[in-house]
Design a protein around this ligand. Structure first.
Ligand code: COA
Length: 160
């Protein structure tokens, strides 16, 4: 059975490694901001003792931003569970919206989020090219063999 628990300090070394493996380094760059795992909130998904997913998020005056989402076992409801965990958390905090940045190459994520009520609200052309100056490990060619260059912001508005 899959269970979620809140991210704790002891998870940070493991989380850094997951980011490194999946996102090329121990930090994330989105809309010109550098995110390290340490100050972020998050949930870890477990199957027994096995770590099978993670989501991190950050509350600011702009709303609740999902910073990373990774599922190790795709197509089993894990990503949905992690997203729902954050949306519930945002509701509890009377937050007006949950948003995230994905990139133009990530066709799977664009479909995944839209099917879960998120809408595309902004495209920032060339933003990834700017991020690459801070984080050279961002590849030129991304998922699906697509040149990786733009940020796409998606949001879901919550009734408060
Ligand atoms: C995007 C991502 C997080 C989705 O995670 P996931 O665990 O596959 O998500 P889910 O299993 O909840 O949903 C995926 C699909 O599986 C289907 N599914 C869920 N549970 C299922 C089950 N028990 N049996 C069969 N299919 C199932 C869902 O219907 C969904 O399909 P849909 O989007 O067409 O509705 C995952 O693909 C991932 O980690 N990608 C790489 C990292 C990434 O891109 N992160 C997002 C960055 S912005």
């Amino acid at each position: 059975m899959i269970t979620l628990r809140r991210l704790i300090k002891d998870d940070l070394p493991r989380l850094r490694q997951v980011w490194k493996d999946n996102w090329g380094d121990e930090f994330i760059v989105a809309h010109g901001v550098i995110y390290h795992p340490d100050p972020l909130d998050g949930f870890i998904a477990f199957d027994g003792h096995e770590w099978v997913g993670e989501i991190t998020y950050d509350f600011s005056e702009n709303g609740c931003e999902i910073v990373t989402l990774d599922s190790v076992r795709e197509g089993q409801g894990l990503g949905t569970k992690l997203i729902n965990g954050v949306v519930d958390e945002a509701r509890k905090k009377n937050c007006r919206r949950v948003f995230l940045i994905t990139t133009n190459d990530n066709l799977n994520a664009l479909g995944f989020y839209q099917k879960r009520g998120f809408e595309m609200v902004r495209i920032n052309r060339g933003a990834v090219n700017e991020s690459r100056k801070i984080k050279p490990s961002i590849p030129m060619i991304g998922m699906n063999n697509i040149p990786l260059r733009d940020e796409i912001e998606l949001e879901i508005l919550l009734k408060v």
